[in-house]
Design a protein around this ligand. Structure first.
Ligand SMILES: Cc1cc2nc3c(=O)[nH]c(=O)nc-3n(C[C@H](O)[C@H](O)[C@H](O)COP(=O)(O)OP(=O)(O)OC[C@H]3O[C@@H](n4cnc5c(N)ncnc54)[C@H](O)[C@@H]3O)c2cc1C
Length: 429
């Protein structure tokens, strides 16, 4: 593997130029050109011997003093995969340390599908605004994430989590508001948080916030979208009016109430919690039931089958999505051509998705599309072009005609469903 340094030291410690590295840096079409830029080389010595600054390179410090980091998965992801981006961020961002916090702000996250949602991240951003608000005495606060059930999140540190209380295990899985409330009461007793922040959402945030407020005998602010110190603005009258009120201790917050954290890393240290009291639950979660996958909003879908310009048989695409139980997505071209509705568009000008599996069929991987799938766990590409950006980004790629692969997929899904039904029948017998 080549060493991409354009400068080397000679035996007498004088600076020696590497003409090959300089040539690669100048030649955009060279296969190693992008690796060189991503290697953190913000400066390259030009042919005249002058140092040339590369404003697009990771690590370049702009005129405003801000260091450029690789924040979108699309560019680096297309070349080196998602992991590379994570590494770059982890190295570049300064660590925010809270030694001995005087107070805590609790953020109770929805964690849909076991990962922080965009909504959760906005609230973590708002929690940091509340922490840094000027206080009469010089006090330091920490943002604590409280989350329940299985977690698949790997980037708590990048989302602004100073401390974390993670309650997993049978009692906290699924719909378990009574045990979760008992845990929140325990946290209240142990840490007396300055604020409790919840997502104003149908995923459990609003429900849990109302239960906690009722249990503590406090009034909460619901649908809050701006919190400025002692004053909070909440939406009311079906979203047609705002009301200004004093900031209470418990708030349910709307999406985009603040910017998510993206300039710092945080410690995400576990915060100890004494054992939660056993309670007799009157609610019993008997598991999930199948829903119509086509009715699931894209932003919440766990498994997306996405169609691009490489789909030529749309009936087959819809049938395969139904057989796989996948939510349908699309590239902008598929939407603009009228094959898919606008609310199914994935990407910069569509929906940013966070699926566990994103299956891109006949999608080339334009930057605008890649921006929308940056948070997906696993990307699978089906494409006839082995060199396209979607194939480079994908964790698994199938280089073949979309129609042939979708046909096989539909057959396999039907066979699986049939064998499941037969198993159930024999179990019942
Ligand atoms: C301001 C702006 C905003 C935009 N926002 C978005 C956005 O939000 N979302 C978005 O998606 N785009 C967006 N775009 C458009 C984007 O730039 C691309 O044009 C678009 O994503 C391309 O869609 P595509 O990959 O489906 O089509 P194409 O680029 O045409 O790619 C089709 C792919 O299908 C493959 N293919 C062809 N035939 C087959 C076959 N039989 N089997 C398998 N594979 C096949 C080809 O190899 C190719 O890779 C935006 C553009 C602009 C300018």
């Amino acid at each position: 593997m080549s060493d991409f340094s354009s400068e080397r030291f000679s035996s007498d410690n004088g600076l020696r130029r590497d003409p090959r590295a300089e040539w690669i840096a100048r030649n955009r079409l060279h296969p190693l050109h992008k690796d060189m830029l991503l290697g953190g080389h913000a400066e390259v010595r030009g042919p005249s011997g002058l140092l040339r600054k590369n404003p697009h390179g990771v690590g370049f410090i702009g005129p405003n003093g801000i260091k450029r980091i690789d924040r979108i998965n699309a560019v680096s992801g297309a070349i080196t995969g998602k992991k590379r981006t994570t590494e770059v961020q982890a190295v570049q961002l300064p660590l925010h340390i809270v030694e001995n916090p005087d107070f805590y702000i609790m953020v109770v996250a929805d964690m849909v599908g076991g990962r922080l949602t965009g909504h959760d991240k906005d609230i973590l951003g708002l929690a940091h605004q509340l922490v840094t608000e000027p206080l009469p005495e010089k006090k330091s606060g920490a943002v604590v994430l409280v989350c329940f059930g299985e977690s698949k999140e790997t980037q708590f540190d990048l989302a602004g989590v100073d401390r974390i209380i993670h309650l997993a295990g049978g009692a906290f899985e699924g719909f378990s508001p009574e045990t979760r409330l008992a845990a929140l009461e325990q946290i209240e007793t142990q840490y007396q948080p300055k604020h409790w922040l919840f997502p104003d959402s149908i995923h459990g945030g609003t429900d849990l916030a109302c239960r906690l407020a009722a249990r503590l005998g406090e009034r909460l602010a619901s649908q809050a979208w701006q919190v400025k110190g002692t004053q909070t603005i909440s939406r009311c009258a079906s979203g047609s009016q705002d009301i200004l009120r004093d900031t209470p201790r418990i708030l349910t917050l709307m999406e985009e109430c603040a910017d998510a954290i993206d300039e710092t890393r945080h410690q995400a240290l576990p915060l100890p919690l004494e054992s939660v009291a056993q309670i007799d639950c009157r609610l019993l979660d008997k598991g999930q039931i199948a829903v119509d996958s086509s009715a699931v909003p894209l932003a919440e879908a766990e498994f997306i089958l996405s169609a691009g310009n490489g789909i030529h048989n749309w009936d087959q695409f819809h049938a395969t999505a139904a057989a796989l139980g996948a939510t349908e997505g699309a590239s902008r071209v598929a939407v603009d051509d009228g094959f898919m509705p606008r609310d199914r568009q994935v990407g910069a000008s569509g929906t940013w998705v966070t699926a566990r599996v994103y299956l891109a069929v006949g999608i080339s991987g334009a930057i605008q599309h890649m921006q929308g799938i940056g948070q997906c766990d696993k990307v699978i590409a089906i494409n006839t072009d082995a060199g396209c950006d979607m194939v480079k980004r994908a964790d698994l790629a199938v280089i073949a005609d979309s129609e042939a692969i979708l046909e096989e997929l539909a057959i396999l899904a039907q066979q699986y469903a049939l064998s499941k039904r037969q198993e159930e029948k024999s179990d019942a017998a």
